[in-house]
Write a protein that binds this ligand. Sequence first.
Ligand code: C2E
Ligand code: MG
Ligand code: MG
Length: 391
Amino acid sequence: MFLDLDRFKEVNDSFGHEMGDKLIQKVAIEIRHQLRDEDTIARFGGDEFAILIHQYHHPHDLIIVVEKILSVFRQAFIFDEIQLFSTCGIGIATFPENGADASTLMKNADAAMYKAKKNGQNRYEFYNHDMTKQAYERVNLERELRYALTHNELEVYYQPQIDMSTQKVLGLEILMRWNHPQRGLISPDQFIPFAEEIGLIVEMDRWAMEVAMKQVYRWQQQGLRPGKLSLNLSLIQLNQVDFLASVQHAIAQSLMVPQDLIFEITETQIMRNPEQATRTLTHLKELGLSLAIDDFGTGHSSLSYLKNFPIDKLKIDQSFVHDMTTDKDDANLVKAIINIAKSLEMDVIAEGVETQDQVEMLINYGCYEAQGFYYSKPLTKTDFEVFLKSH
Ligand code: C2E
Ligand code: MG
Ligand code: MG
């Protein structure tokens, strides 16, 4: 990163060079406080600093650092009797995308810094304009999503799970939607992965869990028989120390019995840290609820883990179901998954069931539970109630 102070000459001219020197020192110290030990800040000349951020995983990590650096300039620099406000511009170049050696990186960070300065005070730019745009979009999205959570823009949808042989409702899965004031209804694929990255998913899922549990209990009280409630869980949820307590709390508040609850976690997420997942899932199960592996067949489970996981149900990934009537391999995979579930005494449900042919084939293979557009799309609370009453 290349950082250049704005109008530094004016400080020198109006307060003297000694004050200018003090400001440079103070700026350096304050920025240093915002960096990690392994990062480097160096005065490059005049009122310019070069900052080396040692490792980062995603451009978003750089935004976090850059925002921290800019926070230094949002307050006054205080000297004995004088308070000075200063602003700056920051240019960012990343290795190896924007240069393979130090001098290219410096040159490009410098160019980005000029662009930042042209756009105003306390701004930053990536050398690559797409990255700048992406970065702004992410900052924007994060702000909007936090707002959404506290201003009722998120909505819980309910998709029924059906017994294909009797047409009875066996349960429902909770799927989140975002009613964006400008962009309309946004599907979870467009905001859940991001919410996971920034950690906001924890609060979002807790909110959804509470809303859904209360709603399902209400339906139960009305004698509508919604069946079991399935909730999607993110791995970071599992890693939260107070997660179990929050589940217990939500259950107690809603008055639901844990036996009516199923938590879904994707195979990919479990396999990222199987030992830890097993531990937390075991604790969850001790609360009396059931566990399902979501999108089964896509996440490279090892069969030995599968045997040891405290899992009650497999959800066959919709990609296999989608092609099972036209692709023999997919049909065989679906059959194999159903047989694995049976051998391990687990329940099995097919996701993404859209056609009568798929229904017949699945029943033929011994799978009776389905979720998919053939029966119903995910529904709003009101529509789900209508669905329940007509089944
Ligand atoms: P999932 O848990 O595997 O959910 C099933 C997805 O398949 C849903 O997508 C659902 O709308 C879609 N679907 C259902 N039936 C059919 C069908 O017949 N055909 C097709 N093509 N699709 C069908 P959706 O709602 O877009 O959710 C996507 C994913 O986002 C979910 O996959 C889940 O992993 C995640 N997600 C959704 N809501 C939440 C939530 O509240 N919390 C968390 N942590 N994740 C969520
Ligand atoms: Mg799911
Ligand atoms: Mg799924």
